[in-house]
Design a protein around this ligand. Structure first.
Ligand SMILES: N[C@@H](CCC(=O)N[C@@H](CS)C(=O)NCC(=O)O)C(=O)O
Length: 228
């Protein structure tokens, strides 16, 4: 039997949830932090090992191959498992959704508080300044609805973006939408088809297993939080 894929990340959803979902729904054998026995205390040693090309997690280790960057990780798993989109068109759609997932995540980083960084505070890098309350308000009132409407249009009246509906791009996008929905429960009130997409993916057995903390990944902490 092939060696399991090993996924290392912290117990926060942030950039871990997408890769974990993609690994679980790949049908391939994989190990996450819980079963690898990897905790935050082990991070300095792993960082020093040089296995993480950019000194950051997530890291996917496959035999002697180490893959950094969450997008590369999910694409690698998609290629191994055949979940990258069966046709050139579905492949392109999956890639589009990966990029959109990254845009949503980057925007959340700019405007939404996290467990450790409040509105208007500098991030851990000491350079990035989180938006203030006004920016936060505009983000949810203007930017987010506009992005969701564009995704609604891309769905063309369906509840899946591709024929299979479970490509790596769809799962990665879902991971970001899920983190947004935890901050705003009525997220899909103006985009019913996107709401159906969200609910359909949420109902998949593998997704339930990962999100509930019952997978090899272990339990999750919410990363983005609402202002106090
Ligand atoms: N572009 C990278 C970003 C990864 C990233 O920002 N990782 C952070 C956690 S979300 C990290 O490893 N922080 C710990 C550190 O820098 O020491 C990706 O998508 O994989």
């Amino acid at each position: 039997m092939a060696e399991p894929l090993k996924l290392y990340y912290f117990p926060v959803m942030a950039k871990g949830l997408g890769p974990a979902l993609v690994c679980e729904l790949s049908g391939l054998s994989w190990l996450g932090p819980k079963d690898l026995g990897f905790t935050r205390d082990d991070w300095p040693k792993l960082k020093e090992s040089g296995k993480c090309a950019f000194g950051q997690l997530p890291l996917l280790e496959v035999g002697s191959t180490c893959i950094s960057q969450s997008i590369a990780i999910v694409n690698y798993v998609g290629k191994l498992a055949g979940t990258e989109g069966a046709t050139p068109e579905d492949f392109a759609t999956s890639q589009t959704l990966l990029a959109e997932g990254e845009d949503l995540y980057a925007a959340m980083q700019k405007f939404q508080p996290t467990r450790s960084v409040k509105l208007g505070e500098y991030g851990r890098d000491g350079i990035t300044l989180k938006g203030n309350a006004t920016a936060h308000g505009k983000f949810w009132e203007e930017w987010v609805p506009d992005q969701l409407q564009k995704l609604e249009t891309l769905l063309k009246g369906k509840s899946q973006f591709t024929a299979k509906g479970e490509t790596v791009g769809e799962l990665y996008l879902w991971a970001m939408l899920h983190q947004m929905k935890l901050c705003k429960s009525e997220l899909f009130s103006a985009t019913p088809k996107l709401g159906e997409f969200y609910a359909r993916i949420a109902g998949l057995a593998g997704v339930k297993k990962v999100v509930s903390g019952a997978s090899t990944y272990g339990e999750w902490e919410q990363y983005f939080v609402n202002p106090e």
